[in-house]
Design a protein around this ligand. Structure first.
Ligand code: UDP
Ligand code: MG
Length: 322
């Protein structure tokens, strides 16, 4: 008997792509079931992240027509990462392995076979890694590469060029469920779990329809989250910076005292103004960095739920007839 696969797909205002995504995934899962690669109880679980368009209606419709599709409706928009964890935690109750992917068909559907192969070969976590960034804009490509380098330098362990297209076994998901942080950056947490892992490379295409749900502002917030959730190095840098500036100021003081002793009075208004602005700027920056962490602590201490489920449409016993 083959194992049960759940595909978890977070959707936020995805009415333009859903029909095509559903069509391609039906095909894929049907093929895999026919070849006995996955059990007939496998499902596509769409997570509606509080969409404002017809996304949930369409998911309900899909479920009614073909129970291969399941739907999880969150009570309101909670963001991609929280929608993902909601889907993963729901799916692990029914599945042996779960693959998370985006709704917009950027993640190559045909890579699913390779993921499952790796799973049967004994891997608990399989990372989808994009083979090239040729299709990205120059801006996205260079910022992404720079960001990954920066994360590494900050001591955050991540898989390069891997987003959230990945397979996890139920055992790995059980482990993931023990990470209770509210500031969720899954691609930083998953490598902490351990177990046997491997990589599947795939060609990432362009969004099939609709527009990106990650505007620059959300992307920046996500990037800062990635750093501050896993590294205290920025705070240490602040300390180092403070120490360096203090040392410099002692040297400067000695120099000024020397000048005074030999009778030169300082006329440098420019230097004075310059240092006031520079020091003020550095202080504000450092306060900001520390504030980021305090804010993070505040959120973690409150420990609010990461997601609230409104409804689950799932029919675990339905099986495809040949
Ligand atoms: N998404 C979500 N909640 C949000 C924003 C995005 O569930 O608040 C989903 C979205 O529907 C998609 C995935 O996250 O399936 C990735 O978003 P998108 O493709 O817009 O990001 P991009 O590929 O442009 O970085
Ligand atoms: Mg996308």
């Amino acid at each position: 008997m083959s194992d049960t696969l759940y595909l978890v797909i977070p959707c936020y205002n995805e009415q333009e792509v859903l029909p095509e995504t559903a069509r391609r995934l039906t095909q894929k899962l049907a093929d895999m079931m026919d070849n006995n690669l996955i059990s007939p109880k496998s499902r596509v679980l769409f997570v509606d992240d509080g969409s404002k368009d017809n996304t949930w209606k369409m998911i309900e419709e899909l479920h009614r027509e073909l129970p291969l599709f399941s739907g999880l409706k969150l009570s309101h928009n909670q963001g991609h990462q929280n929608a993902l964890i909601a889907g993963l935690m729901t799916a692990k109750e029914y599945a042996d392995m779960v693959i998370s992917m985006d709704a917009d068909l950027q993640d190559d559907v045909d890579a699913i076979d390779k993921f499952v192969q790796e799973y049967y070969a004994g891997c608990d976590i399989v990372y989808g890694v994009r083979s090239s960034r040729a299709k990205d804009t120059v801006f996205k490509r260079s910022t992404a590469i720079g960001y990954y380098k920066f994360l590494k330098w900050m001591g955050v362990e991540i898989v390069e060029n891997h987003a959230d297209y990945r397979l996890m076994s139920r055992r790995a998901l059980e482990a993931l469920s023990q990470y209770n942080e509210v500031n969720l950056f899954l691609r930083g947490i998953v490598p902490l779990i351990g177990f046997r892992t491997s990589i599947v490379t795939y060609e990432r295409s362009e969004r099939f329809a609709g527009e990106s749900k990650y505007p620059l502002k959300k992307m920046l917030a996500f990037a800062i989250d990635g750093i501050t959730s896993f590294s205290v190095k920025p705070i240490r840098l602040v300390t180092t910076l403070g120490a360096v500036i203090f040392a410099l100021s002692v040297l400067a003081l000695l120099y000024l005292l020397g000048l005074k002793l030999f009778g030169y009075t300082v006329t440098g208004w420019t230097t004075l103004m310059g240092s006031i602005w520079a020091l003020g700027g550095i202080q504000l920056l450092c306060l900001g960095i520390i504030g980021e962490y305090v804010g993070k602590l505040y959120k973690e201490v409150k420990h609010r739920p990461r997601f609230i489920v409104d409804r689950l449409e799932n029919d675990p016993d339905w099986q495809k007839q040949n």
